[in-house]
Design a protein around this ligand. Sequence first.
Ligand SMILES: Cc1cc2nc3c(=O)[nH]c(=O)nc-3n(C[C@H](O)[C@H](O)[C@H](O)COP(=O)(O)OP(=O)(O)OC[C@H]3O[C@@H](n4cnc5c(N)ncnc54)[C@H](O)[C@@H]3O)c2cc1C
Length: 390
Amino acid sequence: MTSAVPADDVDERAELRALVRQIVAKEATPERVRALDEAERFDHDLYRALGQAGLVGLEASADGTERADPRSQVVVLEELGAGPTSMAVCLVVQYMGVHLLASHGSEAQRKGVLAPLLEGRIRVAFALTEPDGGTDVARVMRTRAVARDDGSWVLDGAKTWISGAATADHAIVVARTASAEPCAVDGITLFLVPLSARGVEVRELQTVAIHGLDTCEVRFADVVVPAEAVLGEPGRGFRQVLATLNGERLNAAATALGIARGAHEAAVAYSRERQAFGRPIGGFQAPQHRMVDDAVRIEAAGELVRKAARAEALGERADLLSAMAKLAASEAATQAADNGMRVMAGAGLSREYAMQRYFRDARLYTFAPLTDDMIRNYLGERLLGLPRSF
Ligand SMILES: Cc1cc2nc3c(=O)[nH]c(=O)nc-3n(C[C@H](O)[C@H](O)[C@H](O)COP(=O)(O)OP(=O)(O)OC[C@H]3O[C@@H](n4cnc5c(N)ncnc54)[C@H](O)[C@@H]3O)c2cc1C
């Protein structure tokens, strides 16, 4: 797709984009992506290749002093989102893990987990959502950790919809450790838990999308972890997570942007080839207009993603831009995939084409990490200055 985005924005990371494209072209051919999607299997080879190329760590350093540049992260995620989408979802989680470990990890945690994570040798899962609460999880959190006299903790509870837990090495688990005072987000602590720990049970859930990455329920039954498993400050865990939200929203937006682009490019290509009434269907006004609208939404979402990433990188206010980018990109992705299905008609339902996968995968970022409704609530309050609506 030709882009109307100013060259300086794109070219700034042209080399990085070219590198990701090169790895995807070699390791994640459309046939392989399709086969792994059908088999519901994670692409270990692709993850290894991304790790070896430094794309998990990017500019981050294992001592936590250097952080990955959000402008680099969104490029990697957009490119992966457009092809092996599940790997982009996996990296959204890894980037969050990197951020939390670099910001709050002890020396031992940085050495033992952050360093191999940056090299793509291990993976983490992030376990926040619970069966009784996604959007409102802090208020209803049932996963608890109780401190013992020797400083160790005992974890009990259940998390659900946890990406990659069946194949990751560690989970960052969000658990209540004290009463919700003065508000629901207080009294919550982060724990870095090996997924092989005694009492941890991981069960894969059956989902219709993101088939290249397992989605799991994780149960904790009397799981004993040492004092050193606490990540950051006890009781401040949810606030530590909230501080990563801009980055996570932005990275979700970049992945959704990639999905939008992948679906849109596939639709345009198909519309050039497929004939009806003696001409390509792309020459008919109805499909053409839909695809033009998609191109406009993608361009607008891309600009918001880049603008938000630039603001975040420069330490400027980025919360509103990240929230807007997430809304625009999730809308662009669902619309482009829906229009792609319309353009392809019967072929849209064929598993031989990627469109049905984009159509399924695009759903994720309408509600994760935060639902689009909640993002609108946030923008209503913070952007428009209206009374809080929830
Ligand atoms: C494939 C997949 C991967 C995931 N990966 C992870 C992961 O790795 N780690 C993790 O912790 N979680 C993960 N999640 C969970 C995800 O973050 C939650 O699904 C999301 O936060 C929404 O929570 P919910 O599904 O419980 O929706 P609910 O909270 O039940 O919301 C249902 C509906 O109510 C609306 N609603 C609720 N409250 C309000 C309000 N105040 N105003 C307006 N509307 C409202 C919502 O917008 C939504 O439309 C994943 C989910 C899936 C399906």
